[in-house]
Design a protein around this ligand. Structure first.
Ligand SMILES: Cc1ncc(COP(=O)(O)O)c(C=O)c1O
Length: 406
């Protein structure tokens, strides 16, 4: 069957694929521990449920404006004022079906064929594919010192005549790194000097630890009129309110960008599902304590995971400053991260995501959004599988595993 060149050039999302694999194995009764997940375990806020149910009870569930319902835009405007100290109007906001769609529609709105989009390594798995889908060329930039944050100079060296945009995601999926304020300030300045779009993917902005405050990119802009700015801030309810299944995200940008994005979205999908938008209104306008409680749980999980990994000889681990991901270096055991991830799934039924998917070989993404038991038992299983001095047997429930490898 003939498929388009584009279809043939796009890979399946490896993280979604792993979710499916884990679910299938669990259905078969396999004792899988999923440390590859990308969503909090907690329930969504009750205010979201009530607000969504109120709409459903009317039975009047119809199309919405392509850029989102006014009540949600109002809640986003208030959120932007409260968390970014930035006054914006409804024309500066577009609501999409998840942050993913906001980024995708934005790339369609700004990229001409073969234009380049720069992002630091390691990067969220979807950026390269999304840039390709929009006809552009992904340009990942790795730090020469092997760290999770390249310097402003390294990013600047990658800027060329075809560069159209830079994407920053902090705290970062997969490393959990919170980029320094100086780095964000430097990239804002670079983009404004070179007239580039800056896409700030703030999906995990509120999930940060150790008493740090979320980075507010607007603090560093020299362009105070948002309608003249090429800075676009992406957010969503997915992670901070544990509402991944509702699929609501948004972009805050100049009127010109929002208008172009709205035209594209109106032709592609129309407005996001009305019940989901009302759920997001409920979450944003309701009691906010669930974010802090999730953040505290994640910080505690992070501490336990890191302690376990630090006690694991041969593993190099950098403490994540936010998100629910860690990105330890397992290259002392196996340099090919896909091979290692497959081995761990096959031998000890632990799901991890290979670092190669995020542009960094030798690493595995290990999530800490699961239960404490999953985290500790998962790492213990990995240790057993990799440590040649470990005892020969391991019990998974009442199933005995015997090592037949070294
Ligand atoms: C960095 C980053 N941006 C965007 C998204 C997508 O968010 P949503 O589920 O709202 O589409 C994710 C989801 O994993 C992510 O990790």
């Amino acid at each position: 069957m003939s498929l388009s060149q584009l279809a043939r050039s796009i890979c399946e999302s490896p993280t979604l694929k792993l979710n499916e694999t884990a679910a299938l194995l669990r259905e078969k009764g396999e004792p899988v521990i999923h440390l590859g997940g990308g969503e909090p375990k907690s329930k969504c806020p009750i205010d979201a449920v009530v607000s969504c149910a109120n709409l459903l009870h009317t039975g009047d569930v119809k199309y919405t404006p392509a850029d989102g319902i006014p009540a949600l835009k109002k809640a986003i405007i208030r959120y932007t004022e409260e968390h970014y100290n930035r006054m914006v109007s409804a024309d500066n906001v577009i609501v999409s079906s998840g942050a993913k769609q906001s980024i995708m529609v934005l790339l369609h709105a700004i990229l001409d064929p073969k234009e380049e989009v720069i992002f630091p390594v390691p990067f969220w798995v979807s950026y390269p594919e999304m840039v390709k889908l929009a006809g552009g060329v992904p340009v990942p930039v790795a730090a020469r010192d092997g760290s999770f944050q390249p310097s402003v100079e390294e990013i600047a060296e990658a800027v060329g005549p075809y560069t159209k945009a830079i994407i920053l995601n902090s705290p970062n999926n997969p490393s959990g790194a919170v980029y320094s304020e100086e780095f964000v300030a430097g990239i804002v300045e670079l983009c404004e000097k070179r007239s580039l779009y800056l896409i700030m993917d703030d999906t995990y902005n509120r999930l940060i630890f150790d008493g740090r405050q979320p980075t507010n990119c607007y603090r560093y802009t020299g362009v105070h009129n948002i309608d003249s700015s090429k800075l676009v801030v992406i957010n969503c309810v997915s992670k901070m309110y544990a509402m991944t299944g509702f699929r609501i995200g948004w972009a805050v940008a100049s009127k010109t960008i929002v208008r172009a994005m709205t035209n594209i979205q109106s032709q592609e999908t129309s407005g996001p599902a009305a019940p989901s938008q009302w759920a997001a209104v409920g979450a944003l306008n309701g009691v906010q304590s669930s974010i802090e409680s999730l953040r505290l749980t994640l910080e505690n999980n992070r501490n336990v995971l890191i302690k376990h990994l630090q006690a694991f000889d041969g593993v190099k681990v950098t403490k994540p400053g936010g998100t629910f991901y860690s990105f330890p270096d397992f290259s002392a055991f196996e340099k090919d991260s896909q091979k290692l991830s497959r081995f761990l799934l096959e031998k000890v039924r632990v799901v991890t995501v290979p670092g190669r998917e995020f542009g960094m070989e030798g690493h595995l993404r290990i999530s800490f959004c699961g239960t404490m038991k999953e985290i500790t038992e998962g790492v213990d299983r990995i240790k057993w599988a990799l440590d040649p001095n470990a005892p020969n047997e391991l019990f998974l429930g009442d199933r005995k595993l015997v090592r037949d490898w070294r």
